[in-house]
Write a protein of this length. Structure first.
Length: 607
């Protein structure tokens, strides 16, 4: 949540900061602000709403070679100029931007109020700014470290002081923050896309680290002011990859990229002759994984729905008991975990705070921890014992599409690897992998139906409720289809296991309550047909996703989208594309902001 960009160098900071904020607008859009130091004067401009509103306020007099900026996703206080970042110390000499939540801010605020401080906003961030100002004694690095020792919660911060106009102090704890290393200039941001047009050299900060950033140098410390060593990495994707590439929206671009995404997710990992896979990130712990007796997958949102499909895969083909947990609930239970348990954390960003917390709880209990993440160098990637990268490329739209598909591809590879360690034969592994390799072409075939799916979106855009149904592998997919419609079109939709439909939801069915049914030609095909017969008998409208030979479905449904056939476990990688396109085109037809749906943010880094 929220986006941070900082710059120190020889160029005008405002243009670089504004450019970075535009690239991070997917992280927050309630309000935005920029602070720069011009000589010894600290200047700030804030605006409510989109970055474009802030841009209109900037003028030629807003100069400075150092600055910090922020785009906000509200956690404390409404969307107002006063609550927008940056926030200031009591004497207005120190400015701070912050991503995260200070859990003990009320306690700190009461203490500062008693000392005579006056607060203007409703935010926890302003309290931290005042606290840093309260302990400041001429050294910003020391003041930030001293203040953060009193803080409980999550933060990614960048701080500047008009008394020290040549440095930015930044720190992280549970919220992503990355240093961009340039020539004669350096950057701070919560996502590399903010500065990728200027440098590809980065340092991923770890929790509890503070970085002192100047135009020609940087130093990293812990909270005890001990200097630390760090590795400078090179980002392996380009700025162009994060651009729209001629598409109207990032979401559509990312849906259309899915054939290539599947190729990239499996590239170099399949040993077809042996019916096996080689996952470099798991090689060092492969022997330990062969002894695993139980798998727990922790995830949130769309990643959790991918995990549910993975649960079917792993239990059916690897023969390992699997549990999929809401990461947000996991650490508040007392999960039974031992050294024979493997805990997988799935997260597109690799920064999802609930998933990260569940992962750390699992490590404490002695589990093998593994990550399935898309962002190289992210916190989950670094905190797990081992893991697999998705290789999906940057996903900018808030609603996840291609990351979901890549997660399913990776889960398929992991299933084959673990299955081949156990009872899966060469022939079975070969069959699964052969079909997986055919999927990019089959997905491309489905994506040629955009006009047809767009027409269906026009037909159904004015309905207020939808039921999504699926069985077995397609049950979590029904939930994902419903989630996509909710996320970007704001239409109420529920995903259900088809067999559960009779146990309550069928009471809702009438001619004003359409059903989206996923009924491929699989082991539960006949049961799926029976379910839509029951809906049709109650005058419910039906959109179905099925295969061309499934004539019973075509006879019953009002509208049909056909997908190619594949083996049952891989059907979700094909059937998801029509669900994504339908949600996308409904939102477009309703005139909504597809890439930045209201109240949502791409990377959820607060509880």
């Amino acid at each position: 949540m929220c986006g941070i960009v900082g710059y120190v160098g020889k160029k005008q900071a405002k243009e670089i900061l504004l450019e970075g904020l535009k690239r991070l607008e997917y992280r927050g859009y309630d309000s935005a602000g920029i602070a720069v130091i011009d000589g010894n004067e600290l200047k700030v401009i804030k605006a409510v709403g989109r970055i474009s509103n802030l841009a209109k306020k900037l003028d030629k007099s807003f100069d400075g070679n150092i600055g910090i900026s922020h785009t906000r996703w509200a956690t404390h206080g409404e969307s107002t100029v006063t609550n927008a970042h940056p926030h200031f110390s009591q004497d207005k000499k120190i400015a701070l931007v912050h991503n995260g939540i200070i859990e003990n801010y009320q306690e700190l605020k009461s203490e500062l109020l008693a000392a005579g401080h006056k607060f203007l906003s409703q935010t926890d961030t302003e309290v931290l700014a005042h606290l840093i100002g309260e302990v400041y004694e001429g050294d910003l690095l020391g003041a930030v470290g001293k203040a953060l020792k009193r803080v409980r919660g999550a933060y990614g911060i960048a701080v500047i002081s008009q008394d020290e106009p040549d440095r930015i102090i930044a720190a992280r704890m549970g919220s992503p923050l990355i240093l961009g290393v340039g020539r004669g200039e350096n950057f701070i941001a919560s996502d590399v896309s903010a500065f990728l047009g200027h440098t590809k050299q980065v340092v991923y900060l770890n929790d509890g680290e503070i970085v002192d950033v100047r135009s020609d140098s940087f130093d990293i410390y812990n909270l005890d002011n001990q200097k630390l060593e760090c590795d400078v990495c090179e980002v392996n994707w380009t700025l162009e990859e994060s651009e729209k590439g001629g598409y109207e929206h990032f979401m559509l671009k990312e849906i259309m990229e899915q054939p290539e995404v599947i190729k990239n997710s499996i590239l170099g990992r399949i040993i077809l002759d042996e019916g096996d896979v080689k996952l470099g990130g798991l090689e060092e712990i492969k022997d330990r994984l062969s002894k695993v007796e139980r798998i727990i997958i922790v995830a949130c949102g769309t990643a959790r729905l991918a995990a549910l499909i993975g649960e079917y895969m792993l239990e059916e083909y690897a023969g390992i008991p699997v549990e999929v947990e809401f990461a947000s609930e996991f650490r508040y239970r007392s999960p039974i975990i031992d050294s024979n348990t493997a805990v997988f954390a799935i997260s597109q960003s690799g920064e999802t705070v609930d998933t990260l917390a569940a992962l750390r709880e699992s490590k404490k209990k002695g589990a093998i921890t593994l990550g399935i993440v898309n962002v190289v160098g992210s916190t989950i990637a670094r905190d797990t014992d081992a893991g697999v990268y998705n290789h999906a490329g940057p996903e900018i739209a808030v609603a996840s599409t291609k990351a979901f598909t890549s997660q399913l591809a990776v889960l398929t590879l992991i299933t084959v690897m673990l299955g081949r360690q156990r009872q899966m034969s060469n022939i079975q592994g070969h069959k699964i992998l052969s079909e997986l390799m055919k999927l990019p072409e089959k997905v491309a075939e489905i994506l040629k139906q955009t006009d047809k799916i767009h027409a269906l979106a026009k037909k159904y855009k004015n309905y207020y409720n939808f039921l999504y149904l699926g069985r077995k592998y397609c049950f979590p997919l029904a939930e994902e289809g419903a989630l996509k419609l909710k996320e970007i079109s704001y239409i109420h939709a529920e995903g259900y296991a088809s067999g559960e439909m009779k146990h309550g939801p069928i009471a809702l069915i009438d001619e004003k309550f359409p059903t989206f049914a996923i009924i491929p030609n699989d082991s539960v095909y006949e049961k799926g047909v029976s379910n839509i017969e029951e809906i049709k008998a109650r005058n419910g409208k039906i959109i179905a996703i099925t295969n061309k030979d499934c004539r019973e479905v075509a006879r019953i449904a009002d509208d049909v989208i056909y997908i190619p056939e594949t083996i049952e476990m891989l059907t979700p990688l094909l059937a998801v594309a029509p669900l994504q396109l339908f949600a996308y085109y409904v939102a477009v037809e309703k005139g909504l902001d597809v890439d930045k749906p209201r109240n949502l943010a791409k990377s959820v880094t607060v509880e």
